[in-house]
Design a protein around this ligand. Structure first.
Ligand code: NAP
Length: 303
């Protein structure tokens, strides 16, 4: 029996673990892939209060080590179901806890076009900092208009010979500081009001077809396409214990509680105004504190 099972070892989940371990709770963290969540891919974090500059990898690793030092137990298993009684079932085990915190974050949104999955690792990537180096002096495209796409384009411009930045609108969602930097890079070409409609090539990506707002299509020869069109949650497996909105995010009236007593939510996977590192760690600390407080209350009244 664990006091708290935390699902997800990103910044929200690891911060929940930190708070619960410091309160002497027996904690199990379940993670499907690797620790760190999305932030591990961020080349630079410059907006975390008190830390002027740190890489996402260093931040995540520091937090992971902090949790491990406190005796945090992490198992790399995929959760397939959570019961109302706080039983957590994974692909190869079954665990019981007094409280569960869901901090599963989000995954990369897919373009959902033919060959996208087949070409992953063969020209298609969702992570410029992970795969950028494979494209030294090659031609790549980045699709998206948020901060990730802008950062990726800048990062890749220092490695690839040419970067096309393809965005479906005229205006970018990402910050002006990145746009200003993009304007200084003469190997980045902006292609606006356009979407990627097909991925071409036999065994690997050789070119993409884009379509503009006037339905005009164009083939562009590229060695790689970095898809940076945002994130989406995957919460269907929790639908018996939480309420999920139309976009797949977990609803919570106060940002912590789900519809099931003793099951809490933290981080990017819930409905919230700002999905950033600062808010994820805040969520994690609140969820653990509330879970611990309510655990004590439930024990007092023997529930
Ligand atoms: P995002 O801000 O949600 O942007 C996604 C972009 O992809 C948008 O420009 C969107 O276009 C476009 N898009 C969505 N679906 C599309 C589709 N099917 N086809 C083509 N384009 C599509 O996602 P993000 O850039 O991954 O950022 C996620 C969060 O992390 C944001 O809050 C961001 O600020 C934050 N972040 C922060 C930093 C930093 O501070 N250093 C770095 C990276 C990310 P529209 O604009 O037309 O909707």
């Amino acid at each position: 029996m664990f006091d708290i099972i935390i699902i997800g070892a990103g910044p929200a989940g690891l911060t929940s673990a930190l708070y619960a371990l410091r309160a002497n709770k027996r904690v199990l963290i379940l993670e499907a892939k690797s620790y760190g969540g999305q932030i591990i891919n961020a080349e630079k974090i410059e907006n975390y209060p008190g830390i002027e500059l740190i890489s996402g990898f260093d931040f995540a690793t520091n937090l992971y080590n902090q949790v491990k030092k406190l005796g945090g137990e992490i198992k790399y298993e995929t959760v397939v179901r959570v019961e109302e009684d706080k039983t957590v079932i994974t692909n190869n085990n079954k665990y019981q806890a007094k409280a569960v915190i869901i901090a599963t974050g989000t995954g990369n949104r897919k373009l959902n076009i033919a060959k996208e999955r087949d070409f992953i690792g063969k020209g298609i990537s969702y992570c410029a900092t992970c795969d950028g180096n494979f494209y030294k002096n090659k031609v790549v495209a980045v699709n998206g208009g948020g901060n990730t796409a802008l950062e990726d384009a800048i990062y890749l411009a220092n490695i690839a010979s040419k970067v096309y930045l393809i965005h479906r609108r005229e205006e970018f969602r990402g910050e002006n500081t990145y746009l200003d930097e993009i304007k200084t890079k003469n190997n980045i070409e902006l292609i606006l009001n356009s979407i990627v409609i097909s991925l071409n090539g036999k065994d690997k990506l050789e070119s993409i077809t884009i379509k503009d707002k006037n339905d005009k299509t164009q083939d562009i020869k590229v060695d790689g396409l970095f898809i940076a069109i945002g994130q989406e949650p995957k919460n269907e497996i929790f639908s018996n214990v939480v309420k999920i909105n139309n976009y797949g995010y977990i609803e919570s009236e106060d940002g912590v509680h789900t519809k099931t007593p003793g099951i809490y939510v933290a981080g990017d996977t819930k409905v919230k105004i700002l999905r950033q590192l600062t808010t994820a760690v805040g969520d994690g600390s609140i969820a653990a504190t509330v879970a611990i407080k309510e655990m004590k209350r439930r024990r007092k009244i023997n529930v």
